[in-house]
Ligand binder design. Structure first.
Ligand SMILES: NC(=O)c1ccc[n+]([C@@H]2O[C@H](COP(=O)([O-])OP(=O)(O)OC[C@H]3O[C@@H](n4cnc5c(N)ncnc54)[C@H](O)[C@@H]3O)[C@@H](O)[C@H]2O)c1
Length: 239
């Protein structure tokens, strides 16, 4: 098949978490532009609904699904709903995440549980439900949004719990890839650098110059910068 056709997602269905804004929103747009029907899941159901409206204007189907990724019942429920409506799940992007700053010696236990809960357990629960659907079909591709914080310690902000959660996402991804790829399901992660989104908006004012200076391109990323890499990983181009 010609290479550009291998990037096409026409006839595929996709599920994106954290899709109401930021990186998840930009990746939703990319999947829809490539031809996929997209289910937009986020704890912010109102913005997910708006995003779905915009996606429908591209001529594909879109579903807005309010979802808290730490609740296994909700996660299983939204995947079941996609299968009931569309009959298949080909692509999943797990982008829902949170970040809180604190010096390691002061991290409250509740913050540790919240960060690890959303960023690591949430990704696990989503992958598990997505993987079950895809393994039953014998095909599918999952992309988890990790972070460069999986491998390096960003400065000047301090968030040991965030860094640990993202390192966990990378190793979880490798493990599921090793378990599932022989049965047709690929699992990859993307590790963005500093990216301008609502998550980083507040920190940019104080730390933006440090982040840019520590980045070889001397600028922060934009969510659009990640669209090509994500499309490559979920499409047959990276088979
Ligand atoms: N912005 C960056 O610089 C950067 C860098 C590396 C990695 N990341 C990662 O990329 C992902 C997206 O980040 P972003 O910058 O777009 O953040 P963002 O805050 O702009 O968007 C995150 C989205 O996730 C949703 N969300 C949060 N908790 C949720 C939950 N429990 N259930 C369902 N949805 C939930 C939010 O409502 C929001 O729409 C995150 O995993 C983040 O850790 C971001």
């Amino acid at each position: 098949m010609p290479i550009l056709e291998r990037f096409s997602l026409a006839g595929r269905t996709a599920f994106v978490t954290g899709a109401a804004q930021g990186i998840g929103r930009a990746l939703t747009q990319a999947l829809a532009e490539a031809g996929a029907d997209v289910a937009i899941a986020d704890r912010n159901g109102e913005d997910a609904g708006q995003a779905a409206e915009e996606i429908r204007s591209l001529g594909v189907r879109a579903l807005a699904l309010p979802l808290g990724v730490t609740d296994s019942g909700q996660v299983i429920g939204v995947i079941d709903e996609i299968l009931a409506r569309w009959g298949q799940l080909d692509v999943a992007v797990n982008a829902g995440g949170i970040a809180v700053r604190s010096p390691a010696e002061n991290i409250p236990e509740t913050d540790w549980d919240a960060i690890l809960g959303v960023n690591l357990k949430g990704v696990f629960l989503c992958c598990q439900a997505e993987g079950r659907a895809m393994l039953a079909q014998g095909r599918g591709s999952i992309v988890n949004i990790a972070s460069m914080s999986a491998r390096i310690v960003n400065r000047p902000q301090q968030h040991a719990h965030y860094n640990a959660s993202k390192a966990g996402v990378v190793q979880l991804t490798r493990t599921m890839a090793a378990e599932w790829t022989s049965r047709g399901v690929r699992v990859n992660s993307l590790s963005p650098g500093h990216t301008l989104t609502p998550m980083t908006a507040r920190g940019v004012a104080t730390d933006g110059p440090v982040w840019a200076a520590n980045t070889p391109m001397s600028r922060l990323g934009t969510p659009d910068d990640l669209q090509g890499a994500a499309l490559f990983l979920v499409s047959d181009a990276s088979a």
